[in-house]
Design a protein around this ligand. Structure first.
Ligand SMILES: [Zn+2]
Length: 249
């Protein structure tokens, strides 16, 4: 059996106890998409795993790919972020659970989505020390980056159906993939979107993080975005993730 060793920055999106002392972990990575790996003896004390690889951890993974096997070997995992804050507060915990849920839904083996990966690690690091009032903003920021990374960036600057300019109130149609005039909206669910709500969505999808942090959204703007994402994300996933019910909002 030919084996190839490599290292990658990784985010643990799933962990399953395996046997008495081992784990199977699913790692999100920037360049290799989702990687399933067996961590032999990871739950024993020792320098390679520090007693186990926790869900949500961000760190450096040393891996060996085995030809003919979908399951790599995880030789070592070294945590590179202090995320203890995510377990110290229930709202942060629920926010992180939702981020991990979306990463599990959208990460695929051998499908590099570096922007999705980076959005996930950035959101978890930020949420680990975020004050409660800023959590809903981090959640909608992550959703927007994840949607864009997956090719689902909604059209917001004009009516998706007719291409005409949108001024004032309009509707968001998940089926159309963006904003439409009320008269143009296809059948199916939609959500009314005011002019200010549409401008908040445009900022969220267009502006770099630094600009958004310098001029943060109001609570009302985040609620406007939340209502659109509450409709759009279950439409794209073809199900409502269970963690959406408890996400900070
Ligand atoms: Zn139209």
């Amino acid at each position: 059996v030919k084996a190839r060793g490599w290292t990658a920055e990784a985010l643990v999106v799933r962990e399953i106890a395996y046997g008495e002392t081992s784990q199977v972990v699913h790692l999100a990575t920037a360049e290799h998409g989702l990687v399933a790996a067996l961590a032999k003896g990871s739950r024993r004390p020792g320098p390679e795993f520090q007693g186990g690889v926790p869900l949500g951890a961000i760190g450096e993974a040393a891996l060996v790919t085995r030809r003919g096997s979908d399951l790599a070997l995880l030789r070592r995992f070294t945590a590179r972020a202090d995320l203890r804050g995510l377990r110290a507060d229930i709202a942060r915990f629920y926010g992180a659970a939702y981020v991990l849920d979306l990463l599990r839904a959208w990460m695929r083996p051998e499908l590099p989505l570096p922007h999705l990966f980076r959005a996930g690690t950035t959101a978890l690091r930020a949420m680990a020390s975020a004050p409660p009032e800023s959590l809903p903003g981090w959640v909608v920021w992550f959703e927007a980056r994840a949607l864009a990374a997956g090719g689902h960036r909604p059209r917001l600057d004009a009516c998706v159906a007719c291409g005409g300019a949108v001024t004032g109130a309009a509707a968001f149609s998940p089926l159309a993939g963006g904003v439409v005039h009320e008269a143009c909206a296809p059948a199916g669910p939609r959500k009314a979107v005011s002019g200010p709500a549409r401008r908040a969505l445009m900022r969220l999808y267009a502006e770099p993080l630094g600009d958004l942090l310098r001029e943060p959204f109001t609570a009302a703007q985040i609620r406007d975005v939340r209502r659109v994402h509450d409709l759009f994300i279950p439409h794209l996933l073809e199900r409502a993730p269970s963690s959406l019910a408890t996400v900070p909002r």
